[in-house]
Design a protein around this ligand. Structure first.
Ligand SMILES: Cc1cc2nc3c(=O)[nH]c(=O)nc-3n(C[C@H](O)[C@H](O)[C@H](O)COP(=O)(O)OP(=O)(O)OC[C@H]3O[C@@H](n4cnc5c(N)ncnc54)[C@H](O)[C@@H]3O)c2cc1C
Length: 208
C-alpha cells in the first residue's frame, strides 16, 4: 500500500482538483507506476498568507485559525505545539491569579503572547517569501529552489521551521540571507516588491 500526494505549494487562484489530478496521473505515468486500486482519495486546501485575525479579540484561537500556518510552506504543527504553552501560561496567569484578570487585559495578554510585534514582522517576511514564489515561472522556481537549498542548512532550516524571530535576525541573520536570495531568479521586478516588503516590515511596528 502506498500513500501518494500531489501538491501545489502555493498558487493564486488555487489550483483546481482536476488539474492536480491530471498532474498526478502524468507523474505516475512518468515514474512507471501503475495504480491497481484507490483505497481512499483525500482533497485538501490550506489557506496560506492572508491577514492575521483581529488582535486582540474575545475569541481565542490556536492552530490554523490563529494565522499560524507558515505562509510559504503550509507547515503548522510544530509551530502550534511550540506556541501552545505560551498561550496556556498567559491564560493560567490571568485566570489563576488572585487578581482575577478578566476581559480586555486577558485577551491582550493571550493574543499578544501568541503574536508579539516581532513575530508579526517575521510573518511578513515569510509572507513575502510566498508572494515571491507566486511570481516565479517554472524556470525561476527551479533556480530559486536550487539556490535556496544551496544555502547553509542553518538558514533554510530556520526559514522552513519558523525559527527566525527577532528583528535582528531579519537584519543580519538567516532571513536577510533569504531576502538576498530573492533577488536571484530572473525576470523579477524587484523594486516594487522590495518597497512593499519594507512597508510590510515597518507597518506592524507602528501599529503594534
Ligand atoms: C496531506 C497534508 C499534509 C500535511 N503535512 C504537514 C506537515 O508535514 N507539517 C505541518 O506542519 N503541517 C502539515 N499539514 C498541515 C496541517 O496538518 C494542518 O494545517 C493542521 O492539521 C491544521 O490544524 P488545526 O488544528 O488548525 O485544524 P484542523 O486539524 O482542521 O482541526 C480543526 C478541528 O475543528 C473541528 N471543527 C471544525 N468546525 C467545527 C465546529 N463548528 N464545531 C466543532 N468542531 C469543529 C474539525 O472537525 C477539526 O477536528 C498537512 C496537511 C495535509 C492535508
Amino acid at each position: 500500500m502506498i500513500f501518494l500526494e500531489e501538491t501545489s505549494l502555493v498558487s493564486r487562484p488555487a489550483l483546481s482538483y482536476t488539474e492536480v489530478k491530471k498532474r498526478m496521473v502524468a507523474r505516475l505515468r512518468h515514474l512507471g507506476i501503475r495504480v491497481r486500486s484507490v483505497i481512499e482519495d483525500e482533497k485538501c486546501l490550506i489557506p496560506m498568507g492572508g491577514p492575521l485575525p483581529r488582535i486582540p479579540q474575545r475569541v481565542m484561537a490556536i492552530g490554523g485559525n490563529s494565522g499560524t500556518v507558515h505562509p510559504s510552506t503550509g507547515y503548522l504543527v510544530a509551530r502550534t505545539m511550540a506556541l501552545t504553552p505560551i498561550l496556556a501560561e498567559a491564560i493560567a496567569e490571568c485566570l489563576g491569579s488572585t487578581r482575577m484578570i478578566r476581559g480586555t487585559p486577558l485577551y491582550h495578554k493571550a493574543w499578544n503572547g501568541l503574536w508579539p510585534v516581532e513575530r508579526r514582522c517575521t510573518r511578513e517576511c515569510y509572507r513575502f517569501g510566498m508572494e515571491f514564489l507566486l511570481k516565479l515561472d517554472l524556470n525561476g522556481t527551479t533556480k530559486f529552489f536550487d539556490a535556496f537549498f544551496g544555502l547553509e542548512p542553518h538558514y533554510w532550516h530556520g526559514y522552513l521551521s519558523s525559527k527566525f524571530f527577532s528583528f535582528s535576525d531579519l537584519g543580519t541573520g538567516p532571513a536577510m540571507q533569504f531576502w538576498k536570495l530573492h533577488g536571484k531568479p530572473p525576470n523579477f521586478k524587484r523594486s516594487n516588491i522590495y518597497v512593499k516588503k519594507v512597508v510590510g516590515l515597518i507597518y506592524p511596528y507602528v501599529n503594534g
